[in-house]
Design a protein around this ligand. Structure first.
Ligand code: COI
Length: 378
């Protein structure tokens, strides 16, 4: 089988409708030379449909193109939709890998359950990613500048109607976007604004990866910029640290504790879990617990807290060098990025790009489509 054929069946069982308007090699190369984040999209997308009668059906990889959506589509009015985010990493030897995709599959199901959307199996979730990356493999950056192919699975209530009820029809899709890190490495670090907007509360949707959380953060992000900060730090009702809205938060103490807020109202980050797992290799004791902004502030001022950093799939690991709020402003340690955040960032990226051993077996290789079928790559 060749991907030049009009219609074919992919190894994961997805039907392939080859896009009639793929970009040329030269156009793609120009994009890959400076992809930024989320600005460009590969030629294809994966799609699976669900309805209450048939269940999941119609799995295919097809041309990336606008959806035709009725103005009364459920997701437009009642936000019944969830997302995921993960990356395909291209290595120096030409191989392509995913990082812990089953954690994304699991989180996607949890998010879907909270928003009364149907459950997608690990197998279908994985096949939707692998099939798309196999077809659009040429879109995986290989320029050794921490670039990757960012994959965005998402699912939405597709029924037409204004009644508030779980949509009996759902569309699941994956799009792929060549991407540099959300924040470039080697920056001077970020300053976070501690503003007035709450993000989440116990029993709410704080741990769900869905657009509503990001939309409700925008006003706080605008406020942060107005006060000269880069992003927001959200606190709970008791003044305890939650997350930044796009990243999980870590603090390193002088005693070598690596502290991060416990799960509940925050996103269950894949990078968060991975940094916790790598901590001991860096002489750090991982601890998940509640800690107040007051503890953070006093720790930064007294020197008990040596470093603060924020992590996420898109963002990787980023140092936080200062905080500002209505009644306070302080630096973390000497106000410069610290060594542990750099070391953990490098460790993670080295595993992802195959430059260091992967003792946890986190990486999943995507077989080349041509090799799967015993053919020459096109
Ligand atoms: C991710 O890290 O994958 C996210 O979804 C965050 C978003 C700001 C790009």
């Amino acid at each position: 089988m060749s991907v030049d054929r009009e219609v074919a069946l992919l190894p994961g069982g997805f039907r392939l409708d080859v896009s009639a308007s793929r970009l040329s090699d030269a156009e793609r190369a120009e994009i890959l030379a400076d992809p930024g984040f989320g600005r460009y999209f590969s030629d294809h997308m994966s799609i699976i449909y669900w309805d209450a009668n048939e269940g999941w059906h119609g799995a295919c990889v097809t041309q990336v193109r606008p959806f035709t959506i009725h103005p009364a589509c459920v997701v437009l009015h009642y936000a019944q939709g969830v997302i995921e985010g993960l990356k395909a990493y291209g290595r120096a030897d030409g191989s392509v890998w995913l990082f812990r995709p089953l954690l994304n599959a699991r989180r996607f199901r949890k998010s879907a359950a909270r928003l009364a959307l149907p459950q997608l199996s690990d197998d279908l979730f994985l096949a939707s990613l692998i099939s798309l990356v196999q077809v659009d493999r040429a879109w995986v950056p290989t320029n050794d500048r921490e670039c990757s192919l960012y994959l965005r699975p998402f699912m939405f209530g597709a029924e037409v109607g204004l009644g508030v009820r779980p949509s009996p029809r759902v569309t699941y899709a994956v799009i792929a976007s060549p991407a540099a890190p959300y924040f470039p490495a080697g920056t001077d670090g970020m300053r976070l604004w501690v503003g007035k907007y709450p993000r989440a509360w116990e029993g709410g949707t704080g741990s769900v990866k869905f657009g509503g959380n990001y939309a409700s953060n925008l006003v706080a992000e605008i406020e942060a910029k107005e006060y000269g900060c880069d992003h927001v730090l959200f606190l709970d009702d008791d003044g305890c640290v939650q997350e930044s809205g796009t990243m999980n938060i870590f603090a390193v103490t002088a005693e070598g504790e690596l502290v991060t807020p416990r799960l509940g109202t925050i996103l269950e980050g894949v990078t968060r879990a991975s940094v916790l797992a790598l901590a001991t290799a860096h002489g750090l004791a991982p601890t998940e617990r509640r800690f107040s902004f007051e503890e953070l502030k006093q720790g930064c001022i007294s020197g008990k807290i040596r470093e603060v950093f924020a992590v996420g799939t898109a963002a990787v690991v980023n140092p936080i060098v200062g905080f500002k709020g209505p009644q306070c402003e302080f630096a973390v340690a000497d106000g410069l990025p610290g060594p542990q955040s750099r070391a953990l960032r490098d460790h993670l990226l080295d595993i992802q790009y195959g430059r260091r051993p992967d003792p946890f077996d986190w990486m999943v290789e995507i077989p080349d489509l041509a090799q799967v079928k015993g053919e020459e790559p096109r």
